[in-house]
Ligand binder design. Structure first.
Ligand code: ADP
Ligand code: MG
Length: 599
């Protein structure tokens, strides 16, 4: 292949512009991204080599080397992983193959802080090199291909205005990839060992293969004039020794003992796998032994990704088998409603060549999924328990709260605001854990503005004689609060839960009762207030029904195509009339949703 100039896909050009302008304050992430790509490339080689050991050629020790050249102003990341063929270089480094990219780019606002959050989540990956480089050269040979079918890819990231890159054939003996960053003038720091080492320690310590740098040692300058020992020496410098040292711990964080891992290291690992800049809300790390053996390290993020509601995407758990990376987004390891969880599962029992299809059927996977679900739910329960500081008890005494518990205050509310709606999907998806899930739900109510009322709180506040948990579904809290259907409840001082998530209607189909108390929509049928209604009220209602019979007959006739029934009600206080749904009918909210969906 002779040298060719090609254009980036439009989204890449746009992304590149944003990367270089928005990630300024998070410059150093480029190294994390490039090392993570190098590590992915080694994982891929190891995986392909399971069925084709020839791919190792004569170089079976997978590693990443980071080198710099102060004079040439370059920083180079080299791996001996799977490498790129010429076509792969064009495809993978010129387009963004991931789905949802356009969507992502369109969400960027130009506001630096918000954008860098989004970009971080999305994972700019390779293109982040342009934060510190004004030109990137990639040289690569794919495992198994002859030396003369290697490729060189060069781009200035669109700085020249063309939005273009060049590719050409080269000869390269070494398998794998070198990414050569030609550092910008303001990024010369990254051509210094201490700086680079620091970033590797911070972000890439857990990478399970060695990351090596060439050792340097101090060398005094030459004596120019031996008789004048102090003044006659040239300045000294660090010089390379030709010896390599491994600068990361090169051992997977989840395989280490908990006591050897600091909170920062847990957080850093999360940031690495999630591309999130913020620390997670909680994590759980366990080695599970028994009939199925595995290690789980799972995190609850503090922020929802933008594609959270896409049920097809964004399972966040990586699967390893005995430390060998098998796949990203292993959706079989957690139920769909927990797709916001990020982390790693490392199984002892699964075969290395396990496929997605096999995963669906495996008993071990089923056990792992159940174990993961339990752990995530108990993490959430712990967060929920410490969400608020305890109030003084009846005796006026407040429990002493540990610093650790104090640090958890507000986390569950934060979680719920981001992921509550997704959690509710579990009511219809995970019957085995329905009760635990129901306890984790939070709602706004007619007497509380924030989304903070649990079903247990509600029960504790129920009126004498109240036999149901009342709720109303609506598009938003204002509409729910002002609904005429609430009037009688307001009058009697009965709390009503306000359900305003789109998923509520559907989810509540699966939640008929909580802890023995039925859930009752106030918008359905003739609301039976049961013992809450006094005799006089009942009598008045009956009398009114009798007195208005002739009017009801006329109204029924007039509305016969529009309403199934017309009745006298006690549920209204100020409004003259309201629409309700038959007890067994679809609720108005659900009907509206189906209509919107074109059904
Ligand atoms: P991601 O890693 O999320 O796929 P990146 O932008 O980081 O996205 O990388 C884009 C693609 O470029 C990768 O999916 C991979 O195919 C290819 N790539 C990048 N770096 C390397 C490398 N060191 N070796 C082989 N392929 C690489
Ligand atoms: Mg990447």
């Amino acid at each position: 292949m002779t040298k060719q100039t090609m254009n980036f896909q439009a989204e890449v050009a746009q992304l590149l512009h944003l990367v270089t302008h928005s990630l300024y304050s998070n410059k150093e992430i480029f190294l994390r991204e490039l090392i993570s790509n190098a590590s992915d490339a080694c994982d891929k080689l190891r995986f392909e080599a399971i069925n084709n050991s020839g791919l190792y050629e004569n170089d079976p020790e997978l590693k990443v080397k980071v080198t710099f050249d102060k004079d040439a102003k370059t920083l180079t990341i080299t791996d001996n992983g799977i490498g790129l063929s010429q076509q792969e270089a064009i495809d993978n480094l010129g387009t963004i193959a991931k789905s949802g990219t356009k969507d992502f780019v369109s969400k960027l606002s130009g506001d630096q802080k918000a954008d860098s959050q989004l970009i971080g989540q999305f994972g700019v990956g390779f293109y982040s090199g342009f934060i510190v480089a004004d030109k990137i050269t990639v040289e690569s040979r794919r495992a198994g291909l002859p030396a003369d079918q290697a490729v060189r890819w060069v781009s200035d990231g669109g700085a020249s205005g063309g939005g273009a890159f060049e590719v050409e054939s080269i000869t390269r003996e070494a398998r794998g990839t070198s990414v050569i960053l030609h550092l910008r003038d303001d990024a010369q720091d990254y051509a210094q060992a201490w700086k680079v080492k620091g970033i590797i320690n911070k972000y890439s310590d857990h990478i399970s293969l060695p990351i090596q740098m060439e050792k340097e040692e101090w060398k005094d300058g030459e004596l120019i004039n031996p008789s004048d020992e102090n003044g006659g020496r040239q300045p000294g410098a660090m010089v390379k020794t030709g010896e390599w040292e491994t600068v990361n711990k090169a051992n997977a964080i989840w395989a280490r003992a908990k006591k050897d891992i600091s909170p920062e290291q847990y957080d850093d690992f999360y940031k690495q796998i999630s591309h999130d800049f913020e620390a997670p809300l909680a994590h759980t790390h366990n080695r599970v032994e028994g009939s199925t053996e595995y290690t789980q390290l799972l995190y609850i993020p503090g922020k929802a990704p933008m594609d959270l509601y896409n049920r097809e995407k964004s399972a966040g758990v990586k699967l390893y088998v005995k430390r060998v990376f098998i796949m990203d987004d292993a959706e079989a390891l957690l139920p769909t409603y927990l797709r916001f969880v990020k982390g790693v599962v490392d199984s002892v029992d699964l075969p290395l060549n396990v496929s997605r299809e096999l995963l669906q059927e495996s008993r071990d996977v089923k056990a792992i999924r159940e174990g993961n679900t339990k752990r995530v739910l108990s993490m959430l329960e712990t967060l929920a328990k410490h969400d608020k500081l305890p109030e003084a008890g009846a005796d006026g005494v407040t429990d002493v709260v540990s610093e650790e518990d104090k640090a958890q205050v507000g986390k569950y509310s934060k979680f719920y605001a981001e992921f509550g709606a997704v959690l509710k999907e579990g009511l219809g998806e995970d019957f085995a854990n329905k009760e635990r899930l129901a306890k984790l739900l939070r709602f706004a109510s007619s007497t509380t503005d924030s989304v903070s009322v649990s079903l247990a709180d509600y029960k504790a506040r129920m009126k004498e004689g109240q036999e149901a948990i009342y709720y109303i579904t609506a598009d938003n809290a204002a509409a729910a609060k002002n609904s005429p259907q609430l009037e009688v409840f307001k009058k009697k001082g009965i709390e009503v839960l306000l359900m305003t998530d789109r998923v509520d209607e559907w989810a509540l189909n699966y939640l008929h009762d909580f802890d023995g108390t039925p859930m009752q929509s106030v918008a359905k049928g003739a609301v039976d207030l049961g013992k809450l209604q006094d005799e006089a009220e009942k009598k008045a209602a009956e009398e009114a029904a009798e007195a208005f019979k002739p009017l009801l007959a006329k109204l029924k006739e007039a509305l016969k195509d529009k309403a199934q029934d017309v009745r006298v009600t006690t549920r209204l206080v100020d409004s003259p009339a309201c629409l309700v749904v038959q007890d067994d009918g679809m609720s108005t909210q659900l009907a509206r949703m189906l209509k919107q969906a074109g059904q």
